[in-house]
Design a binder for this molecule. Structure first.
Ligand SMILES: *Cc1c(COP(=O)(O)O)cnc(C)c1O
Length: 426
């Protein structure tokens, strides 16, 4: 790796040799002064695949042409539309197809899955999350605890970081489970923590939690499409993720949900039911009794929003063509390059909060400007004014996420050069 900032031969050569380079032209880039923005916010809202508009237009046309018949006729009848997303989505998260369904939005799915898998008792009422969890997840678990008549003051356990920069070791997770596992009903843990970018070993966390009799769910908002996940093998009970971050499916896009195969045929599990979760063979007999479909499908409630599902199809086609292992291979190099440039040239100005071990992170590096919050804001705004987009997370973090589907090595170099211009007075 060549970490010089002054010529770009090395970065250009990497881009030229990049086996995934053909995917960049599949995306639409916001423009800055006549060129593509340097876009590092795929962790927040992934770019629009060109195929998204086509996929939506196809369904609009079918609605116009055959209206209600679209449920049953044509290449992708709406009645089974979600089923076409099942296999490609399962490949993204390392699940069996029957374990995955695309429905609702992330927080809604967390609630629906907690309705089944958070079953607190007097002896075991608690939920374990990481301290500083994403607010929506925290609101969700806190409200679930109250909903069941328990008290978040005692029954919401928020594990504090035990390593610098807000990082949490597996040893700390093991310790809290040893000490308090007997009263924990549910462990809800992120695949990748949104603020620090730390990636967790899901299989180890699930094993530790299971050994203490806890249910385990994962929030994969920042993990899905970012790094390979072996969700089935992890043994988690459930998981949920949004599709508008690394999965590029558009603002507020329909989310993913996973229910482990061992719960696939459990009509005994309490759940908040709707007609779309009813077994499809008998759904339209319109009987009063709820007979849940096998697998994750049995957690659906409403018939799916087809126009909102269409961009997911376009996006997953790209993931299928690129494959997660190839994306990860590029991502390791791309984020490694970003890290190396920061360390070689920008270390006096910026510290990296995300773990240095590539096995403990995905694409994102969380950066903190050493001068403090005001300096951090100033750098963030300087970057944006120069067509380099990261995102800001209070109180003082700039997140930069090179997405291997569409970011280039030269993008990373442009980021580092722009930061250096700021440190040397613009
Ligand atoms: C992005 C994100 C959310 C957003 O929730 P929505 O229900 O999609 O609005 C929730 N939790 C985490 C951890 C996230 O990263």
């Amino acid at each position: 790796m060549d970490t010089t900032l002054d010529h770009d031969a090395w970065a250009l050569a990497q881009d030229a040799a990049d086996p995934l380079a053909r995917f960049r032209p599949e995306f639409l880039f916001p423009q800055h002064e006549g060129r593509d923005q340097y876009y590092f916010v795929g962790n927040s809202l992934g770019l629009q695949p060109k195929g998204a508009a086509t996929a939506i237009a196809e369904e609009l046309a079918r609605w116009a042409e055959i209206a209600v018949e679209g449920h049953f006729r044509g290449e992708r009848p709406w009645m089974h539309y979600h089923a076409a997303l099942r296999e490609p989505m399962a490949r993204v998260v390392g699940a069996q197809p029957g374990e995955v369904v695309v429905m609702n939005s992330l927080t809604v799915n967390l609630h629906l899955l907690m309705a089944s898998f958070y079953r607190p008792t007097r002896e075991r009422p608690a939920i374990l999350v990481e301290a500083g969890a994403f607010p929506s997840d925290r609101h969700a678990v806190e409200s679930q605890i109250r909903f069941h008549g328990f008290d978040p003051a005692t029954d919401l356990i928020e594990l504090e970081a035990d390593e610098p920069n807000g990082l949490i070791s597996l040893a700390a997770i093991e310790r809290v489970l040893e000490e308090q596992g007997h009263r924990i009903a549910l462990v809800l843990w992120p695949g990748v923590q949104y603020r620090t970018g730390q990636a967790f070993d899901l299989a180890v966390i699930a094993r530790l939690a299971k050994a203490r009799g806890c249910a385990v769910g994962f929030d994969l908002a920042h993990a899905a499409g970012n790094l390979p996940i072996a969700l089935h093998d992890s043994g988690a009970d459930f998981a949920a993720w949004c599709t508008y971050k690394y999965l590029n499916s558009g603002p507020g896009a329909v989310a993913g949900a996973f229910v482990h195969e061992r719960h696939a045929r459990r009509p005994d599990l309490p759940r908040l039911a709707g007609w779309w979760g009813h077994r499809p063979e008998t759904r339209f007999l319109m009987g009063p009794a709820f007979d849940p479909a096998d697998g994750a499908d049995g957690w659906q409630q409403s018939n799916p929003p087809i126009l909102a599902m269409a961009p997911i199809r376009a996006s997953l086609d790209l993931f299928d063509a690129a494959t997660m292992p190839a994306l990860r291979a590029k991502s390791l190099r791309l984020t490694g390059y970003l890290e190396a440039l920061v360390k070689a040239h920008l270390d006096a100005a910026i510290e990296i909060l995300t773990p240095a071990d590539p096995g403990r992170r995905g694409a994102q590096l969380s950066l903190r400007v050493r001068g403090g919050r005001e300096q951090g804001r100033a750098l963030f705004e300087f970057l944006a004014a120069n067509g380099v987009l990261g995102d800001w997370r209070e109180p003082d973090v700039i997140r930069i996420s090179p997405a291997p589907l569409y970011n280039r090595f030269t993008d990373v170099l442009a980021f580092a050069r722009t930061v250096r211009r700021w440190t040397t007075g613009g």
